[in-house]
Every structure is written in structure tokens, then in C-alpha cells.
Design a protein. Sequence first.
Length: 544
Amino acid sequence: MKKYLLSLFTLILPFLIFAQDKGIDEKINDAFMPVASWWEGFVLTSIPIGEYNIPIVVLLLVLGATFFTIYFKFPSITKFGLAINTVRGKYDEIEGGNKAEEHVAVNIVDGDLPDTIRDESKEGEVSHFQALATAVSGTVGLGNIAGVAVAIALGGPGATFWMIICGLIGMSTKFVECTLGVKYRDVDSSGTVYGGPMYYLSKGLKERNMAGFGKVLGAIFAILCVGASFGGGNAFQSNQAAVQLSSLFNLEGGATGVIIGVVLAILVGIVIIGGIKRIAKITEKIVPFMAGIYVLACLVIIFSNFSYIGDAFGLIFSGAFTPMAGLGGLVGVLIVGFQRAAFSNEAGAGSAAIAHSAVKTKYPASEGVVALLEPFIDTVVICTMTALVIIFFNIDGGNLQSVFQYGAAGESSSSVLLNATGESVGGVDLTSMAFDSVIPGFSYILTIAIVLFAFSTMISWSYYGLQSWKYLFGKGKNADLVYKILFLLFVVIGAAATLDAVIKFSDAMILALVFPNMIGLLFLFPKVRDEMKKYVGAIRDTKE
């Protein structure tokens, strides 16, 4: 612990010194922006379909999720009750097997852990609820607050409709990837779990006589996941937390973002030393608390604007199919909605499978059905509530665009121009203004929620990135320390850079994960069907 904190202080000290330079924020941003823009352009490479250019990654995401939804007979509906009961612990007895047995040593054969060698219920580090809380804390974050504001700023209310659709079909993708995550995980002799797409890509495709292809996909995923942990799981979170704190307390100066980033880095560093068990214990307390505050505030605003609910949903549905001028047409709004939803719930990216792999269960499908709740909570519920709050904010006496024009970007692609003042506002600031318009002073509470959202997302993503780092560079302590220092460095970089630069880099990093992950899922999904039959069969046997 002391050695780690000393290394952390050695990292932070130069930033505290250079923060005295008035232009440090601008220098970091100038260096970061070109890389972010290039990477975004590369990942969002498009193909022409009719009169539209559709990003390949969005096409892969939508078609894959739609296929899984149909193939597994709409699990978002048919398996929803089962998911709730599994999280509640109703089937813990059949999942845990004979709890009186002593823990048996783990034997690994050809890199796998066959059922005939050990009882899988003995493996794992966290409960269903803890795994869900950790994964939700990695997805329910500023993508739900700032990300929705960006979606509406770019695509209008209609983008909300496509975000909801993406969330519903994304539940099927999450079910598939998290089932595979548990099935193909590795567990060492101490009981520590190593799982995620890099493992099911390499081991699962090896079973299909595509070992070389699986290793390549696994390595690509791991590299991209490390990058995503620095971007969407880190820099974007610290950026928006810094923006909210600076705005609320009127903090100014070139070093403000750096100083806030340093403080956040220290707090995150203290937590991530402990690994998944400490992360799970913290997230299972933080996530319900912060989500409860946020949802309650949303409900207050929704019911206080009850007379406008019809207008709001009218804008959402009409805007989804007949978008307003300047929004890029129907496909343009669809792309904005799906892109922001993918960033928010990460269905198809495979990242959450890393957290879900650590669950204590002998039936992989049990965690798959738990995981499908994630996009529902994140996108269908919380993102929709945020969208309604912003739409209500923009309605005044029947004027549906009283505060800003939908689709009219301001100084950057992620901001809008306020009609009254001409000020450029975007991301979390827009959402904060919407809450304050109904609940005066709520911006202070929202700031706390935003910091907690950012904090929990960062510590969850540090685990995702570290697991990928271990896959690439081994499981030694020195390798772990290098990753954690780099991760904390990006906390500071994110807080200092502009939203436009950070969101470009963050979007592209998370969306890039879709390529190796979805390709692997399209080869391995039959395994999920087999695992689901085992789990449902075990439940049925207990009832007979």
C-alpha cells in the first residue's frame, strides 16, 4: 500500500507544479484533440447505403442485436421475470450446489476448467447483485446525464426513441456476451477470476477450430479495452465531473481542470488498489443511492410537467421518423440515438462481461439473464427520464423550442446555443440547467450525483482495463502498477481537456470494442442456447 501511494504521489507531484502554469489545460487539450479526431474518424468509417453514409460499427451493432433478439425469442420480455428472481437470490440454492463441501483445488486442462474437474459454484468472487451493481456502475454514469444531452442537442427529441430501441435490443446482446463471459472464464488457485471477451474469443473460437483467429480477436479486444478504460470509462467521466464542479462553484483559471483531476485521481487510486471485491462492495452501496436520488428528481420534474407529457412523447415519436430540418434526416437521427445508447449501456462492446464473469455461480446463463437488466436500467429507464427532463426544459407555454434549437450546434459538435443569451452550453451543463429550472438549487445535489456517477464508473472501468492489461502483459504486480498509474494519468488529462475532444476519443474507443466482440458473438451464440437450457432445466427440476 505505501509503495503504491508513493508511486501515485510521484505521478501527481509534477501536475501540481505545472498546474501553476495558466495555460496547462489548453496545452493538454491541444495535444489531445488531433489524436481524438483521427481515431473517431477511423472507427466511424462509413459505407454508403442509398443517400446515407452509415458507420459500419453502428450497422454491426444494430444487425447483431436484432438477430440475437429474434433468435432467443425476445429475452428482454420472456426472461425479464427470471432475471429479477435471479438477482433476488430465489435460485441461489441450485446455483451454489452443496455448500457443505470443502473447496476443491482448481485444475486447468488445456486452459479450461471442465465441469468434471471442479464444481463451478465454488468459483467466483461476487454475488449476482454485486456483479450487476459493478457492471451498472460502469454503464450508468455521465453517459446518462451528459450523453443524453449531447444526443438531443445533435439529433433532437427523436434520438431518444432510437436510444430506447437500442436499449431494448441491446438487452439480448448483453445476455449473450455475459453468459459467454462466465462460461469461458479462468479461475486461478486462489479463486481470483479472469474473464471477459478476450477469454471467450480465444477459448470459444478454439473449440470451433479457429484458435489463431480467436487469439487475434482476443488480443485486439484487450488492446481496445485498455484504450476504452482510459477514454469513455475515465477521461469522459473526469471531464464532466470537472465541468460541473467548475460551473457550480465558478472556478476559473487554466489549472482548474488539472487540480480537480488530481483530486479525483487520488480518490480513485485509493479504491482501485483493492481489486474487484473492494470495487463491488463500494459500487453496491453507491449505485443504488445515486441512482435513487437521480431517478427521484427526474420523477419530480416529470410529474410537475404532467400537462406536457403528451407533447414530449409526441416530439420523441415524430422526431424519430420525421426529423426537423438540419438534423440530418431519419438515418442521421437513428445513428445519433444508437451511438449515444451504445456509449451509455455498452451492449455489444463486451466490457460488462468482464465484471459479470466474477460472479459466484455454476450456471453461466444465470448471469446472462441478470445482465440483460443492465440496458433496461441504463437506457430504457434512466436515459429516457433524462431526455424528458431536457425536453420539458425546452418547452415554455407551448413553445417547443423556447430555450435552444434542436440540432443547432454551437461552438462544438456537442453543444447548443441558448436562445436568450447566445451562450454555448452542452453536455452536463444543459442537464443541470434543466433540473435547476424546476428544483432550484438542485444543481448542488446533481453535482454530488455526477461526481459519484463519475467515480463509480471510473473504478469499474479500471477493473475492466486492468483485466485486459493482465491478459496482454501477464498477472504480475509490476504490470498492474504500470496500468494503474497510466489510468490515473488519464483522469487528469480528461479533466483538463474539452468535452468535444474527450467525447470524440471516448465514443470511438468504446465503439471500437464492438468489432472484435460482435464478430466473436456471431460465432459463439449457439453455446448460449445450450447454457440457457441447462439453467432453465435445473430450475424446472427443483419444482418437480
